[in-house]
Each structure stands twice: as C-alpha cells, then as structure tokens.
Write a protein that binds this ligand. Structure first.
Ligand code: SAM
Length: 286
C-alpha cells in the first residue's frame, strides 16, 4: 500500500464510504490535515509527499474511529463556532452550525451597549460553552452565566472560556437549569436544550445516538420537557423586557414552544428559520 498522501487519502475515503459516511472524502482530508497540523487545502498541494510510518499509524487509528461513526469533531478534538475554536471531549455536545444562528438572533434582540452596568446573559445547557463564549466575545459589555447539569461539561466550558481569554466574563456553574436562577435581572436567557422526543433517539444517526451525551439530546416524551422548565425559569430570571431565545426541533415543535412561551407570559413571541429554511428558533420578551 502506497504511503503517499494521495494513497492514504484514497484508502481512508474508501474505508469511510464503506462505513456509510456520505462525507467520506472530506472527512478523510480533515483527519489527515488535523494530524499534520495544516489546512485541508494544503493537503491537495502535496499529494505525492510520503508520510512517516508514525503518522500513517495514527491516521489509520483516526480513520478507524471515524468508521466506527464517532463524530469527526470529536476525533479532531475541536470545532469552530462563530470563529472561536472550542475544545471538545466525549462529555459535550458537538456545536452545530444552526446554533450559530441562535446566537446571531439573540445578539440582535439585545439592546445596544449603553455604558451602564454590565448586562447579564444566561446560557442554559452550555455544553462546550460555545454559545456563552460567542456571546461574550461578540458583546464585550456582557457578563455571561453558563449553566450545565453535567459537571464534566461545565469543566469543558470553563476551560474553553479561559483558553479564549473570556474567563473573566464567563462564569460557568454545574447546576440543574433552575438552581442558580433566583431573580438575577438578566437581559438575556439563551438555550439550545435537549429537545428530541425520547422515542426518536434510537433512530438517529450513530454519531448522535451512540456518541452524544444522552442528556444533551433527550428532551423527554414530547421533546419539550426542558423547554417547559426553561420558560418558567427564564420568566423568573429575566428583567422586564429581557429576552428568552431558544433553539428547538424544526417545525411543529418550534410552534409548540412558541405557544409555551406565550402561555408563560412572554410578549412578542416570534419564530425564526435556520439556514435551511426550517423554523427552529423561538424568542419572546419578559
Ligand atoms: C444540546 S446540548 C447544547 C450544548 C451547547 N449549548 C450547544 O449548543 O452546543 C444541551 C446541554 O444541556 C445540558 N442539560 C440537559 N439538562 C439540563 C438541565 N436540567 N440543567 C442544565 N443543563 C442541562 C446537557 O448536559 C447539554 O450539555
């Protein structure tokens, strides 16, 4: 078997395709680029390069993991979210591009910086800390409280905030959604909670079903269990006029969540689509 980049990439692509991965070529390239510490484009300029044996063995191990349907980002150990590089472990949900739209909308709904006291934003179910860190990075006037029920996830979020130089404004606590939320007068509560109906979990792709933390994806019998709790908790945590912005499952669940927010007393409840045109975000004002 040839040990050139070209040969290794072709072999890895074939292995990943046989494992049922539709993005086999791109994943093969990402895994090799990650090992070599270069971008994917750089690989294509150097296809006749011969790989050292140690790199070849590490690459084979990484490809085997991906063929076992471990998420690409987990094997790489990081994902980019709104321009920030977040470190990932098996304890945290892999950040998704649609959640970047949630952050964008939440930022648009916040009042502009006014030079007074720091507004508080709360990220419920922070996972890797991607939402909390993006909010803090993009609005330097904000203080952010990031909450996760999983102490292991909270530790990852804390480490990410520190590594990004945001540790001074992102406080991470391990707690049930409701615990730290007295009446802090927050300007924003944002959450990408677990929202899949439990019965759907066994039919999900192996990357999600086998490798994402169950507590990050399972939203109870109708998927709305956490969303109901968040609506109530956010009403107590928000200052008058403060914003609750949520990610939900696409379509009917988003509309159901809008009904829950209205029933909890939120005003101006609105829905927003993700980049594929599916209605997936809901927001309202306390
Ligand atoms: C879908 S993940 C979202 C992670 C991250 N915010 C993101 O968008 O990538 C949901 C997160 O909510 C956390 N979670 C689930 N139930 C919770 C609860 N009752 N209180 C706090 N966090 C909870 C999970 O541990 C998980 O990290």
């Amino acid at each position: 078997m040839t040990e050139t980049l070209r040969g290794r990439l072709s072999a890895a692509e074939a292995e990943l395709r046989a494992a049922g991965i539709p993005t086999a070529r791109v994943d093969a390239e990402w895994l090799l680029a990650g090992l070599l510490g270069v971008g994917r484009a750089a690989l294509r300029l150097d296809l006749d390069r011969v790989l050292p044996g140690a790199v070849t063995r590490r690459y084979a191990a990484a490809v085997r993991r991906r063929a076992g349907r471990e998420p690409l980002q987990r094997i790489l150990g990081w994902e980019e979210f709104r321009g920030l590089r977040l470190r990932l472990t098996p304890d945290v949900f892999v950040p998704r591009p649609e959640t970047e739209v949630l952050v964008e909308w939440a930022l648009a709904l916040l009042p502009a910086p006014c030079g007074g006291a720091r507004p508080l934003a709360i990220d419920l179910g922070t996972g890797s800390g991607c939402v909390a860190c993006a909010l803090a990075a993009e609005r330097p006037d904000l203080a952010v409280l990031a909450v996760d029920a999983s102490p292991a996830a909270a530790a990852v979020a804390r480490a990410n905030a520190r590594a990004l130089g945001l540790g001074g404004r992102v406080r991470v606590v391990a707690a049930d959604l409701l615990d730290p939320l007295g009446a802090p007068g927050a300007a924003l509560v944002v959450s990408n909670p677990p929202y899949l109906p439990s019965g759907l979990v066994p039919s999900l792709d192996p990357e999600v079903r086998r490798h994402e933390p169950r507590a990050a994806i399972d939203g109870g019998p109708d998927g709305l269990a956490l969303i109901r709790k968040i609506a109530a908790a956010a009403r107590r945590a928000l200052a008058p006029g403060g914003v609750l912005a949520l990610e939900t499952a696409a379509g009917a669940q988003a509309r159901a969540a809008a009904g829950l927010l209205a029933a909890a007393g939120f005003a101006g409840v609105a829905l927003r689509d993700d980049l594929t045109g599916a209605t997936r975000f809901v927001a309202g004002r306390a």
